[in-house]
Structures are given as structure tokens and as C-alpha cells.
Design a protein around this ligand. Structure first.
Ligand SMILES: Cc1ncc(COP(=O)(O)O)c(C=O)c1O
Length: 419
């Protein structure tokens, strides 16, 4: 009799769901497909020659130290460099309010672990970052979605929902937002709404989790203060940063800033996860910042990605069919934009048609905690070349046009088949 593993797994493990999106993304791996599906920074932005110099020098000078175990809190000298770097963005914070993490996904896992009991609620955007949905689901937290518009999450509805949840005895623990160039929608939370969110947090005594991987990748418009800055040290905000989109995703390196009490709890949780984040990558990042190269690197990223964003917006304008209800966001930064189809259309089923035409996107429903959003999709513009963007959008426009015709004729009621 084979071992019944399912009888041994924890309830949390049994609640893990196989990600439909992973299965779909496997279909996008063929070389002939132009993929707008990933969220990858472009490899041309990786500063390989500088890294070679830094690594050789570091191994020579500090090899015995940086290849060792380290503290869970993170390397003090990296934290000091990061505090100086954040100060340039108006964020005033001390090293003991900071925790170095193995990139933002670990930060999200820490947030879920220290705040959510099974069935505890939190507020998220509709849509929101898929990786957070996974972290919160892993501890059996419940997410309550609030729609977004061009100014980010609808804070008026946040307040109404919290009031309703409190009446039902399900007061949320926190509000999770990605204020700058949100993944997946590309929209930015306005200053008024940032202030409103803080007011709500204060009124109801809950915390705001501000996830900020894209903030420095701004291509147009003026920066808006972070919610952390607006809070002015009152302790209502925890902000998550990562090197993934501005430096190197392969380093798996990020940092969290927040009230000391929260940081201390996170340190305890992190100890049981990985003891410490690699000191080797922390030391390389520290030297890179110290050599004053990070801002220059980000400038170059901005130059590259803003051209690609422009190209995608122009191609959408040029090729998309004139269909009522078909629209897309025009992000001021980040890596993504968000397309909405008329409500009668379904991007989940259209995905297979797109794959047949050698173009891919991420289905919008994957970013909806309520399973809605079937008429939406996320497009990434940082990874494909400008030529690929032009050709890919042309292909996608054709797919949308054909699908619209089929929908209008009522021919879309059959379950789609994987090609
Ligand atoms: C909003 C958001 N948060 C967190 C992450 C995780 O990033 P990483 O773990 O590479 O730092 C991503 C990655 O795409 C993201 O878009």
C-alpha cells in the first residue's frame, strides 16, 4: 500500500491550489511566441562588467567574512547605505527600522505569517499582485477586494468595506497596496488617496502594507511621496522594497522598513525561514551603492523601459480595433499596462487563440481575489524588444477583433481547448 501523503500534509499545505496561471505560462515558452506575459526586467540592464570588478575585489578583501552565515536582521553596512539612499527620496529611517530580506516575495510571506490567522481578512486591490494572493492564501487568510480606477484603489470603498467587515466581526488586519505603477494595472495612487488611506488606517487602527518595487522606475509625471513618508513616523505603514526591478532579480534581495515592533516580529519569523539572506549578495549590493552606481543604473533602466512603454502605447493606438469598452491604462512607470475588453468578452478563453497566433499575455482573472476580471489582461513591456512589441500587439489586435466577432455571433459558448 503506497504511503498516503495527503494524510500527513498540514491543513495549510492541503489548501495550496495548483496555479492555473503556471499551466498557462508553460504554453508561452515556445520561441515563436512573443510574450507579454512575464514580469522580467531586461537582461541588458544587468551590470555584469561592474559586478565582476566588485566580486573580485570583495572576495580578495572580505571573502572569509561574506561567505559566512550572517545575522537575520541583515548586514548593518548595507542597511546604512540603504538609509542614505532612501533619504534622497525623502524617506527618513534608521537601520533598526529595517530588515533585509530575500527579496519582496519573502517580505510578503512574512507579512502574511505575522498578521494573518486562518480566516483573518485583509484588504487588497481588484486587481492586485498575484504573489501576495499566494502568500495570504498559504496561511488561509481571506482577501477582500476593492476596485481600482486610474487613481489607484478606491479609498471611499475601502472605508465602506472595513465598516461592513467590522459589523460582521471580521475586522481586517491590514490594507495591502502597490501605490506606484501597480502590478498588474500600471496605475498610481493619487496623493489625496494616499492621505485618505492613512486616515482610514488611523481611524480603524489597522496597518498599511505599501509594496514598492517599481517606485524608482518613473518615466513621466512627478513623484508622489510614499505613504510611509506621509505617515511621518506614526507607525501605520510598513514599506517593502526590492532590488529585483532596479538592479538584479537573481540576487533575491530586498528590504522592509516599518515600526520597530513589527520589524522585530518579522526577524523572528524570518529566522525559521532561511536564518539569513545571503551576505555575499548583500555585500555586492552595498559596494554597488557605495560606488554610487545604483542611481546611474536606474537612469539607464528608465531610458530603456520608457522607450518600450512608448512603443507599446503607440502600437496599441495604431493596431487595436475600435471596439466600445476596449481600453488600456497609460502607466507613468513600472513594467506593465492593463487592458480591459468589453464585459461580454473573456480573456481566459481568448488566451488559447492568442497562443495559436503566437502572442501571450497574463489573464486578468489571475490577479483578482474574487475570481472576476475575465475581460482583462496584463501586458508587460520591459522584456520584449521594440520590434516584438510592434508585431506582438498587431497579433493581439487581430485576436481581439476575431474574438469579438465570435462573441457577437454567440459562438463563444464552448469550453476552449488547449492547443
Ligand atoms: C508588487 C510586487 N511585489 C513583490 C514582487 C516580488 O518581487 P521580488 O521577490 O523579486 O522582490 C513583485 C514581482 O513582480 C511585484 O510585482
Amino acid at each position: 500500500m503506497p504511503l498516503q501523503y495527503d494524510l500527513l500534509f498540514s491543513e495549510n499545505a492541503m489548501s495550496f491550489k495548483k496555479s492555473a496561471i503556471r499551466e498557462l505560462l508553460k504554453l508561452t515558452a515556445k520561441p515563436e511566441i512573443i510574450s507579454f506575459a512575464g514580469g522580467l526586467p531586461h537582461h541588458d540592464t544587468f551590470p555584469i562588467p561592474h559586478l565582476k570588478e566588485i566580486v573580485a575585489d570583495l572576495l580578495h578583501r572580505e571573502g572569509k567574512k561574506i561567505l559566512q552565515y550572517s545575522t537575520t536582521e541583515g548586514d548593518q553596512s548595507l542597511k546604512e547605505e540603504l538609509c542614505k539612499w532612501l533619504a534622497k527620496d525623502g524617506v527618513s529611517v534608521k537601520p533598526d527600522q529595517m530588515l533585509i530580506v530575500s527579496a519582496s516575495q519573502q517580505a510578503l510571506d512574512l507579512v502574511a505569517r505575522i498578521f494573518l490567522n486562518p480566516e483573518d481578512t485583509c484588504i487588497v486591490g481588484l486587481p492586485t499582485y498575484l504573489g501576495f494572493l499566494q502568500s495570504a492564501s498559504a496561511v488561509r487568510g481571506k482577501m477582500v477586494g476593492i476596485p481600482l480606477d486610474d487613481d489607484g484603489i478606491r479609498t471611499d470603498q475601502v472605508k465602506d468595506q472595513i465598516t461592513r467587515l467590522i459589523k460582521e466581526g471580521k475586522k481586517p488586519k491590514f490594507i495591502y497596496v502597490i501605490p506606484d505603477f501597480q502590478n498588474p494595472a500600471g496605475v498610481t495612487l493619487s496623493l489625496e488617496r494616499r492621505k485618505h488611506l492613512l486616515k482610514i488606517a488611523e481611524e480603524f487602527d489597522i496597518i498599511i502594507i505599501e509594496d514598492s518595487p517599481y517606485r524608482k522606475l518613473r518615466y513621466s509625471g512627478e513623484p508622489i511621496p510614499t505613504i510611509f513618508q506621509l505617515d511621518q513616523g506614526r507607525g501605520y505603514v510598513v514599506t517593502l522594497y526590492t532590488f529585483s526591478k532596479i538592479f538584479l532579480p537573481g540576487f533575491r534581495l530586498g528590504w522592509i522598513i516599518g515600526p520597530k515592533h513589527v520589524i522585530e516580529k518579522m526577524i523572528l519569523a524570518k529566522q525559521g525561514m532561511d536564518l539569513c539572506t545571503s551576505l555575499f549578495t548583500q555585500a555586492i549590493a552595498r559596494e554597488y551603492i557605495k560606488a554610487d552606481r545604483l542611481d546611474g543604473r536606474i537612469e539607464k533602466n528608465i531610458e530603456l523601459y520608457s522607450k518600450k512603454r512608448k512603443k507599446m502605447l503607440e502600437a496599441l493606438e495604431k493596431y487595436m480595433p475600435k471596439i466600445e469598452g476596449l481600453k488600456w491604462t497609460k502607466p507613468d512607470g513600472g513594467l506593465f499596462l492593463w487592458v480591459s475588453l468589453p464585459p461580454s468578452m473573456n480573456s481566459d478563453r481568448m488566451f488559447y487563440e492568442a497562443i495559436k497566433e503566437n502572442v501571450a499575455y497574463v489573464i486578468g482573472s489571475a490577479f483578482h481575489c474574487d475570481g472576476e476580471g475575465q475581460n482583462t489582461m496584463r501586458l508587460n513591456f520591459s522584456y520584449p524588444s521594440e520590434d516584438e512589441i510592434e508585431t506582438g500587439i498587431q497579433r493581439l489586435a487581430k485576436v481581439i477583433e476575431k474574438e469579438k466577432e465570435k462573441t457577437d455571433k454567440g459562438l463563444n459558448n464552448v469550453v476552449p481547448q488547449s492547443p
